[in-house]
Write a protein of this length. Structure first.
Length: 48
């Protein structure tokens, strides 16, 4: 049985998490900045 996933999760992951983590892995942003970005942009995906 698959865990339930928010219907907007794939879009949030694709548009927010992946690009942000790319910045972290390429040393273009630090972990705190990436976490803040993911939190702020991620929350916006799930509003509404």
């Amino acid at each position: 049985m698959r865990d339930p996933v928010h219907v907007k999760w794939p879009q949030a992951f694709r548009e927010t998490v992946t690009p942000s983590m790319d910045l972290l892995w390429n040393n273009k942003a630090d972990a705190a900045a990436v976490a803040k970005t993911i939190k702020e942009k991620g929350d916006a995906h799930f509003k509404g």
